[in-house]
Design a protein around this ligand. Structure first.
Ligand code: PLP
Length: 366
């Protein structure tokens, strides 16, 4: 997002700590070293944090390879960094020229995509093999075919052969060793190339999963890489919004659409200018939580499009006035935990972060 597009007058502000992102990348890179490099997954606008800010910060820290999901994301990121950019969706017929023009490396997901790429002149590419996700990547059969007919790779500079884990964050999941074995099998059938398997979670499954390059996304942005374990990553975002109004409602009065919450005492309600149109999910109705100066306040009533309401009765009046900042996501309430309250995960809470928030980048800013 260009700085001219960043809202400056919003009562809700998102602070992105680029030093925390860089420190997370360093921790992950150190875990993968010395055998494996550490790429940076910055698809979906760097999981909502802003690829144009996160990309250059990680490039300055030493990241040499980046991945995005779509060609358009790649074209946009190319304006910000000179490092290698892999595009996960791969070449669609007619898009090959754009890959070349912007020096983007396609991730080839099928034999059809491979022939699209070679017919247009070939060049550097990543080959993705499917070891269990069943979405993208060459099937086992396609791997057999390619292994037997390697002239299909004529003109292709094979950058990496990669695959993607289904349940890496669940350390005891039998899918992990199964995918590892299938991946090794595919590597043995294909021409020799560097290999990459691990996402954030895969890094914590141990060195057998690292190969030549790891590809973390979530953990860079502070999400927990391992389920039911302490999170070693630093929190990278803080979302806070000012109280717009405070009112006292009588016992028995309801709050918000469809009266989904009703006061059982005289209650002070603080209204904050964030809603589901900002990615603050509607499923947080009566379940979310905010923090004022470190003290939790319960979200009451329905999350509306642009507004949300909190019960601040238990806070002193002087600590909960119009203008008082309420933390909606941050150290007090990490995206993983907010996602759990919303019935989803931290990934969705981050990638849904509103473009309406006033954004501030701190730390390693260019
Ligand atoms: C998103 C993605 C990653 C990163 O996964 P995280 O769980 O966010 O670390 C790695 N590889 C591929 C192919 C992906 O799509």
């Amino acid at each position: 997002m260009r700085s001219a597009d960043i809202p400056a007058n919003a009562g809700a502000r998102l602070t992105v700590d680029l030093d925390a992102v860089v420190s997370n990348w360093r921790l992950l890179a150190a875990r993968a070293a010395p055998h494996a490099g550490c790429a940076a997954m910055v698809k979906a606008d760097a999981y909502g944090l802003g690829a144009e800010q996160v990309g250059p910060a990680l490039a300055r820290a030493g990241a040499k390879v980046f991945f995005v999901a779509t060609l358009d994301e790649g074209i946009r990121l190319r304006r910000a960094i000179t490092q290698e950019i892999g595009v996960l969706e791969g070449p669609r017929a007619g898009s090959e020229g754009e890959f070349r023009q912007h020096k983007l490396t396609p991730v080839v997901n099928s034999l059809v995509q491979l022939s699209t790429w070679t017919r247009s002149g070939g060049g550097r590419a990543v080959i993705h093999v499917d070891t269990g996700m069943s979405r993208l990547g060459l099937s086992e059969r396609e791997v057999e075919t390619l292994g037997a007919e390697t002239d299909r790779l004529r003109g292709v500079e094979l950058a990496w052969i990669m695959s993607h884990l289904v349940s890496g964050e669940v350390q005891a999941d039998p899918d992990n060793p199964l995918q590892l074995a299938r991946f090794r099998d595919a590597l043995a059938k294909l021409p020799k190339a560097k290999a990459s398997l691990a996402n954030s979670a895969g890094i914590f499954l141990g060195p057998a999963y690292h190969f030549d390059m790891v590809r973390p996304g979530a953990a860079l942005f502070g999400l927990a890489p391992v389920e039911h374990a302490p999170n070693p990553m630093r929190t990278t975002v803080k979302l806070e919004a000012e109280i717009l109004t405070v009112r006292t409602i009588a016992d028995g009065r309801s709050v918000g659409y469809n009266a989904q919450w009703r006061a059982n005492r005289s209650t002070r309600i603080a209204t904050v200018g964030v809603g589901y149109a900002d990615g603050y999910l509607r499923s947080l109705t009566n379940r979310g939580r905010g923090y004022i100066a470190g003290r939790p306040i319960p979200l009451v009533g329905r999350v509306s499009m642009d507004l949300v309401t909190f019960d601040v009765t238990d806070l002193p009046e002087e600590a909960s006035r119009p203008g008082t900042p309420v933390v909606l996501m941050g150290e007090e309430l990490p995206p993983d935990e907010l996602g759990r309250l919303a019935g989803t995960n931290g990934y969705q809470m981050l990638t849904g972060l509103s473009r309406r928030y006033a954004r501030r980048y701190i730390g390693s800013v260019a």
